[in-house]
Design a protein around this ligand. Sequence first.
Ligand code: GSH
Length: 202
Amino acid sequence: MYTLYGFPFSQHSRRVVSLLEETGLEYEFKNVDMMNGEHMSPTYLEINPNHQVPTLIADNVKIHESNAILRYLCNKHDLEVWYPQDADTRAAVDQWLDWIQCRLSLAVLGIVLNKVFMGEDADQDAIKQGQEKMVELSPLLEETFADSQFLCGARPTIADLALVSNIFHLGLADELPTGESTGRWYKAMLEMDGVKKSLPEM
Ligand SMILES: N[C@@H](CCC(=O)N[C@@H](CS)C(=O)NCC(=O)O)C(=O)O
């Protein structure tokens, strides 16, 4: 039985919830009320000194970093379809997971945090920079989905779960990528039970 500390409006938390739900692994979700600063509380800082969600607790293991958690769960439970062992496919999954963290995430954060959550304190420059970055990145996704049903082939992997958590986030700010193939992929992802269950109530 896992314990997952997370927050439904956190894109990083949602990807882990999606995998746990899709695979039927047992877990208890502990909501960290970020709107009221619970992630900065001494109790949560003991759990994750980075004051970030998600954090996964297993028997003797405590892991933060959402993509590391996804990989851990796949390795631990031999979730071959979600994180294929074949070196070439695994490299593709890892490439996208890193791309999502290193290239996409900051743009999504800049847009959504400021457009949706910061109200009058919104940093307009961060929104603009995020939008400019998305002009560069969205075509890369569109080209990928024009050729492939999912990021790494004919079925979704943890890279798709990480990506859909970000694309849903962009939707909160009315900034969904507009490409037709990306839209087809996004619709398919939203039909997955695990993804549905990861979404915040609105
Ligand atoms: N690289 C981390 C990022 C996690 C992250 O940024 N979480 C946000 C919520 S989506 C958070 O907890 N922010 C609060 C803070 O940084 O103080 C991961 O992938 O888990």
